[in-house]
Design a protein around this ligand. Sequence first.
Ligand SMILES: Nc1ncnc2c1ncn2[C@@H]1O[C@H](COP(=O)(O)OP(=O)(O)OP(=O)(O)O)[C@@H](O)[C@H]1O
Length: 847
Amino acid sequence: MAKKSSSGGFLGGISEARKMEIIGILVMSLGGLIGLSILSYSASDYTLIQSLSTESLFSIDRGPALRIQNGLGVIGAYLSHFFVYKLFGYVSLIIPIVIFFYGWFIFRNREIYQLLWPTAYAIWSMVLISTILGWFNTEYDWYSSVWSGEAGIGTARILQNITGIGSIVILAVFLVTTLLALLDRDLQATVDRVKGWTTDIKSSFNNWQEDRQRKKETKKKEKENEAQQEKVRQHQEAEQRMRQQSNSVNNTERSVQEKTSTPEPEPREKERSIDEIVEQSQQQDRERMRRQQEQVKSLDQRPRADIEKKKVAEEEDDDVDISVYVGEGDEQADERELDKQNQDKAKEVPRVKYKFPTIDLLDSPPNEGNEVDLEEIKENKRIILDKLKRHKIEIRSINAIVGPTVTLYELDPAPDVKISKIESYANDLKMATAAKGLRIMAPIPGRSAVGIEVPNGKRETVYLKSVLNTKKFVESDYELPIAFGKTIENDVFMVDLSLMPHLLIAGATGSGKTVGINTIITCLLYKCHPDDLKFVLIDPKKIELSLFQKIETQFLATIPGADEPIVTDTSRAQETLESLTKEMDERYDLLKDGMVRDIRAYNKKFDNGELDEEEGHRHLPYIVVIIDELADLMMTAGKQIEEPIARLAQLARAVGIHLVVATQRPSVNVVTGTIKANFPARLAYQVASKVDSRTILDTGGADQLIGNGDMLFTNGGGMTRIQNAFVSTEEVEKITDFIGNQRGYNNKYELPVINEESSSGDIPDPLEDIDELFESAAKIIVLHQQGSVSLLQRKLKIGYNRAGRIIDQLFNAGVVGPYQGSTARDVLVEDEEELEELLDELDEFER
Ligand SMILES: Nc1ncnc2c1ncn2[C@@H]1O[C@H](COP(=O)(O)OP(=O)(O)OP(=O)(O)O)[C@@H](O)[C@H]1O
């Protein structure tokens, strides 16, 4: 519903949208009436109205006024005299047409500034055409002045005075170029339209094929399901028979054992279908990861011929060639291209009026490209060769690739040199170059060369604008594109977060993590509409992400009743993560209901109107959860935080929930095995030690980085060194102001309410809604002597919330002790015998 205007009075009750519609109609009518008066212009009307007295206008007998031929009467006679006679003749018709269009734009609530260029074009055409017609009027008496008006004739005369007969040639040239400009625009538009049609036809054909395929698969699955259910039914019947037999033998035993072994067709089926979705999406992820790894590899193996090459003069005292390369980097896009694309994208979502941040909010780099210090390169070459010569290692040639932060020296050793030997002299080389951050790759992955990265004396800041304003970023069709920065070859390094699917970041304090997170968020803000993306920001340090509270109504998702848009305390963080797991479960149900495999297919189906809103279907935005400082959370809440993170990381990829988790302390008790196993994409800034580097990257290297956004990225395959793009706090502020000052959504995106009792230990009535798995759960807990939610999740293959609920019921029944934070609850029942007694008591109590 349109929001009512808050101002009081008569207009106070009218919504903004309705006001615009009324104004639009008024303006369109004005245009229509002026048009009518011009079209019905009659030269005699003006003489007639001059003879009319004011009284005659107000007399009931209209008399002479009746003779006015203009469709708008006396007013029309005046208006048309002004427009047709005084201004540009009938060509003045362009003016009411323009006014009409303005009215239409207001009526449809469209951006008026889009009419600026067409208005200028229309006015220019009006002056030009009336001048051409006026020119004929001045030359040929027979030609009526109503076509050009006095203004047209006047401009034609002035032109004739200045340029004589050449004036008609000039006018003809203007006319042709004006027409060309119009034709050109339309031609492009026509070509685009035709292209659009062919792609539409293609995509609907593909959709049709996909649909057919899907239907086939669904039928197959249904058949399988039926067969499975039949099996389960038979199994149940057999059990039933057995139960009846054993009933007479041992009544007590039956109650516990049978319930444990009875299969549950409904939840099983649900689990199975979720498993299928997960399995399929994992398979897709593996495939994507393989492609990304290939991409990274191809970066390493790229022929050097396609980058700009400069050769340093050879030195006299040695005969080793050195060639210096500077990557040309990615092609820059037109300054306005991203903005234009975003304007179109915003129009496609009429649900909310939204303007993407414009590229000019980002600072322009002071100078393009990085300077190459040839002296420094020569000096490093000399040191490297010198050292290696002393160890009798012969090098045939050297390539130096100058990146924004480091220069990579690629050494081509003589055939008899053992490459691993060079690595053993790493420390020696480090001492000799006195360079902090020297990294040796022996060999460079996929090549038979040795790489030595030496930091540049003067490093180049990679401005975010120079990364975002490239064709690569602008034209990318990634769902969640992140352009981290530039590689050593000056290429923009870009990934799709929706494919990664989660990202683990580590870096010592001051290494550039916060800037890195700001880069990630900014990239997403420049490419994603708030309808398609929400952030959940968890910031225990309280200040790092506070800048983003301004975009609350557009981009932030919170739990209901949250007092702050950014989560800063641990218990809230825990609640939020649990709520996210619930959102994930709900999304899986929606996907299952919609019979689709992932969020893309689901949204496509929903947007095509194939899913019913009344059945709870909705457009699902991606949710990017950013945790800045995992260590703080893990130290205070441990398992309570780890569990939902691991569960989200394992399962949430298909439903569009992605995690970006950063930590200063990548120690094993923060980045635990469970967390690591579920985060294949890792990003390391400079860390304090080799051990830290191993924890995050599974290998050394991050300890050799040199801070300020120097980073290593791996997605399970190779490792890429990147200089993180720099975005300043001021730039982020400008962007968040730009977005935050817009009206946004009436309601924030709220995550589902979690079952309070499952996390806080509130006590539900023990006799109400006892879970079917209650007794099985009790047995498991007593058997393992461990009152933990995750144990039940694993053993019973159920969700976190359900497991939590059962634990609370077990607490009420006296099987486990109270909630004790990060450690598991105490088990109060010693063995199965005691448990059976307790359950019997409970049975009696129920009766
Ligand atoms: N990509 C970059 N390019 C240039 N300078 C950078 C870059 N990233 C960070 N810096 C510099 O390093 C400083 C520290 O960065 P940042 O605040 O991101 O570190 P941090 O790892 O978040 O530290 P902490 O954990 O203490 O908050 C910045 O103020 C900036 O001057």
